[in-house]
Write a protein that binds this ligand. Structure first.
Ligand code: HXC
Length: 260
């Protein structure tokens, strides 16, 4: 059990998996500065903890998160926004090393959808609803919504969602390439934990390199991405886990990955 005391999050550990639950139920888990700061602190601890191989981020049944906290934002001036760069904590979340899976039930809207897209994979309950409703508030997505969404689903759906603010259900989200899997609402945590435990059982360096390499594909032209992938691939041969994984295969036994 981690000892982190949080106002806005619940943190638990099951085997090699840390589970972080957004916990502002009275505000549909609206993301305020306190929550983002606590989330980054917990993710820092997960990155530093060799026992943790995967992190799951979830919310409540009704809402993963209904966006950035509108009440906290509404009186900000341009100078406040620019000088404090209040979106910066979202970049910090994205910069973490351990794989982060979003388990989404209910509303993932605005900054809540952006937070889910920052995660490395989204598992959606069949009740999930995704949307970028910022346009309805006279603003625009600001934590990657116009960028990560476009890369995930292409220009047509990104324009549709961001310009109209309409919500899509889990099925449309999966069809569009936004989410990895859709599962029944009641099985959301069980299914997500199976995936997370599986990832946590693998070589941590290999997992971290795959995360890094796929994220690189979002930010580089293909030849540069291929070049970086090859360096990372060759470097897996410097790990004990590569020797163990390949030895286990040839000896017809289960591998025991230990690199941290
Ligand atoms: C602050 C919020 C909130 C939010 C909900 N609440 N969303 N508070 N910020 N984003 C609060 C409500 O004010 C209300 O508090 C309580 O949560 C319950 O919400 P209700 O509206 O009563 O619930 P319901 O009728 O079921 O509707 C759920 C909902 C709706 C469809 C999710 O709450 C909604 O539309 N929320 C806003 C969604 C949105 O516009 N998100 C984008 C935000 S802008 P009280 O005290 O009244 O009971 C954004 C910008 C991102 O995210 C930029 C970069 C980060």
């Amino acid at each position: 059990e981690t000892e982190t005391k949080c106002e806005t999050l619940l943190v638990a550990q099951e085997g090699g998996v840390a589970v972080i639950t957004l916990n502002r139920p009275d505000a549909m888990n609206a993301l305020n500065a306190k929550l983002l700061s606590e989330l980054n602190t917990v993710l820092d601890k997960c990155d530093a903890d060799p026992e943790i191989g995967c992190v799951v981020l979830t919310g409540g049944e009704k809402a993963f998160a209904a966006g950035a906290d509108i009440k906290e934002m509404k009186d900000k001036s341009f100078a406040d926004a620019f000088n404090t760069d209040f979106i910066a904590p979202y970049d910090a979340i994205a910069s973490h090393k351990k794989p982060l899976i979003a388990a989404v039930s209910g509303f993932a809207l605005g900054g809540g959808m952006e937070l889910a897209m920052i995660c490395d994979m989204i598992i959606a309950a069949d009740s999930a609803q995704f949307g970028q409703p910022e346009i309805q508030l006279g603003i625009m997505p600001g934590a990657g919504g116009t960028q990560r969404l476009t890369r995930a689903v292409g220009k047509a759906k990104a324009m549709d969602l961001c310009l109209t603010g309409r919500r899509i259900d889990a099925e449309e989200a999966e069809r569009s390439g936004l989410v990895a899997r859709v599962v029944p609402q009641t099985a959301l945590m069980e299914e997500t934990m199976k995936i997370a435990s599986k990832i946590a059982s693998f070589s941590q360096p290999a997992v971290a390199m795959i995360k890094k390499s796929i994220n690189t594909s979002m930010a580089t032209p293909l030849p540069e991405g291929i070049r970086q992938e090859r360096h990372l691939f060759y470097s897996t041969f410097a790990t004990e886990d590569q020797k163990e994984g390949m030895a286990a295969f040839t000896e017809k036994r289960k591998p025991d990955f230990k690199d941290r």
